[in-house]
Each structure stands twice: as C-alpha cells, then as structure tokens.
Design a protein around this ligand. Sequence first.
Ligand SMILES: *Cc1c(COP(=O)(O)O)cnc(C)c1O
Length: 430
Amino acid sequence: MTLLETYEQNGVSKRIYDFGERVLASLRGRFEEIDRMAELNQGKVLHAMQTHRVDAACFAATTGYGYDDVGRERLEQVYATIFGAEAALVRPQITCGTHALTVALSANLLPGDELLSPVGLPYDTLQEVIGIQPSPCSLAEYGVTYRQADLLPDGSFDYDAIRAAINEKTKLITIQRSKGYATRPSFSVAQIGELIAFCKSIKPDVLVMVDNCYGEFVEPIEPTEVGADMCVGSLIKNPGGGLAPIGGYICGAKTCVERCAYRLSAPGLGQEVGANLGILPSFYQGLFLAPTVTAGALKGAVFAAACYERLGFRVVPASAEPRHDIIQAVELGSEAGMRAFCRGIQAAAPVDSYVEPIPWAMPGYEDEVIMAAGAFVQGSSIELSADGPIRPPYAVYFQGGLTWYHAKLGILRSLQSMADAGLLPEPEIL
Ligand SMILES: *Cc1c(COP(=O)(O)O)cnc(C)c1O
C-alpha cells in the first residue's frame, strides 16, 4: 500500500493530498526548528527527573489522606525545576485548567483586593470565576473587584491604560499567554516578561499569575522564569503529554503555591494531603513525552495555517509567524464553514469518528460552541481537536494531535470536508 492509498482509504482525495504535499515542501525549515525545540525541552525534562531521583517508588498508589506520598512530592519538585520555580502544586484533584486558575486566584485574592487583566477579556470560563458574568461563588461575590486594560488594536499592550488601571487595591495581575477564543496574537514569554517588569515597576509587591494553557514546551523558557509569581495550566493539555487523564498544575513562588494548596484542600492541611489513587505513572510518563507531543501539535498548527492561508482564509498566527502556543485560529466566515471543518477533524479521530459535531450550549460559555474531538481522554485538547464559539468571525481554534501524522490527516480531512461542501473560496488553487 502506498502513502496516497492510505490517505484515500482515510477519506482524502489525491487532489487534497497533493495540495498538502506541496504545502509541506515549503515547511521543512520550520519543522526542523520545532524538532530542535522539542530536543531542548526533552533534555530539560530528563534533567529534572534525574535531579529529583525519580524511581519506581514514585509510581506507587496512595489512598485516603495520602500522607507521605513520595511520588506526588517528587513530581511537584520535577515540575518546579522544569518551570524554574520555587514550588509546584500538581494534582489529580485539580479538575481542569479553569479549576487550577480558580484555585490560584481565590487563594491569593482577599475581600477588598482588586484583580487586573492587562491583556483584555480573559478566557470565557474565567468570566464567571471572576464575576464579569455573574455566577454564584464568583470572586465578585467575595468582594474582589476586577479591572481590565484592553490591548491596542494591533494586539500590543496599552501601557498607558495599564499604568492608569493599577491602584492601591491592585493585588494580582492575570496575564493569559494564549489567545483563547479571540483572534488576538498569543504572547511570547519575552513579551510576558516585559509586561511583568512594567507592572512591577509601578507596583513592586503586585502578584502576577500567567494562564499558561497551551504554552508549555513551545519555547525554551516558561513565564515563571521571567518574573511570574504563578504559572498555571491543565494536564489534559501540553504537559500531560496526552497520557494524564486529569489534573492541573500551579508552579511559582512558595508563598503563593502554599496558599493554593490550602485553598485546594483545607487551611492547615495544604500540600500534605491528596491521595494519588495510582495515577502518577501517567503524570510522569506524560510529562516525559510532552515536549515531543507538543512538537507534533505545533507542526499540525503550522501546516493548518499554511494550507488555509493559501486558500485565502485569515489565519492567526500566519504560517510564517513565530509560535507561542499550539493554537491555530482559522477564520472560516460562516457557521457552515465551522461545521464542515469540525466534521473533517472528527472524521479523522481514533475514537468517535462516526459522530457529527454540532453547536451546543456548554457550561461556562456564553455562546453556543462547536467541538470536534475524538479523544482517548474526554475533553483532552492536546489530542487533535477543533472548537470555537458560534459568533463572528466564525473562527475555529484548532489544536493538538498526539502525533504529527494524525494532525496532518485531520487537517487534510478538514480540507476535504470544506471542498466537498463547496466552501473553499478558490477551489482551483488546490
Ligand atoms: C483551556 C484553557 C483554559 C482552561 O480550560 P479548561 O477547559 O477548564 O481546562 C483557560 N485558559 C486558556 C487560555 C485555555 O486555553
């Protein structure tokens, strides 16, 4: 069987396959850079695991209170070392990214304090956490106020607005690295570092939290290495390497992380409790694989950008731009386009390939959301997935792929699905 025949068997026509090969030929240099980044981060992860003497004892299950859990403690030390941080909280009891961010915020903000986002509106699910959208148990209900400085039209920081927004109540500044469901650029770690330095020059004792979702292992350093007091993310994204079935992490300053542990469990208990229930092998092995899994996802993102760009769609970031996360936004311009794109991604999945994704009301999201995901772990977006809220500019956010080859097939199938539906603006380009 030839490669083309495999693709044909998987629902990709020769025309789409050939188009993909032409696009791919232009990306070789880019892929080499991505591989080198994976190599660097692989070395970093290995060094951390060796430094903290990871061994078979770390993989044992604990139950009940989970006192003296060596595997849990060492995993947290490994994360702290990788992130260049004093401490880390890495737990299966953290349900998802939103939960990790909620723990970090509510542990470090007290009634009367103010939270500032200097990068515009935060990710959809955080709007209820903060109370921008009213919700029971929001930070607003507990007397924490919120202020925001929007980005300038070109996506850069509005330093004047940020300076004006920082006041005596400002306790914590939240910076979202990845674009989320917005078509703004994602920020590099260096840009985040500059923003942190600016904020701390105005108010030296202000705490900075970075929502690091989707950014891990894309660059040689993480935001904790440029002054972030907390760096927060989900284990069913990059750092879980596709193997972690649940979990979240908070890396950062010891004082902040300790408070997070008290908030997650209970005051007085903190990091000392929290049974691992036998899940740690997947956390360790997933972290070990995370740099290469992230690289596969990055290749998929660059390939998707290059394909859709050639066909006349606006993509963020553009194929030649540097990457700061694994997300690729493609503006499809219509709900029909979003549905066709997602149908293709879903059809390429190893799990649930036979279902058709349709827009749906999701908890935590204001608009209906369409999601294509045929994942081994429910909701895992380091696995090949595409999603987006049904609202202008009708952009899908494409991410993941545990292997580059799966990402490639998914993108080709999305193109096939768009072509079959007559939704490519200039089909003769193929
Ligand atoms: C995924 C994500 C989150 C958290 O989402 P969960 O689905 O709760 O894990 C938060 N912020 C950003 C930028 C994200 O991409």
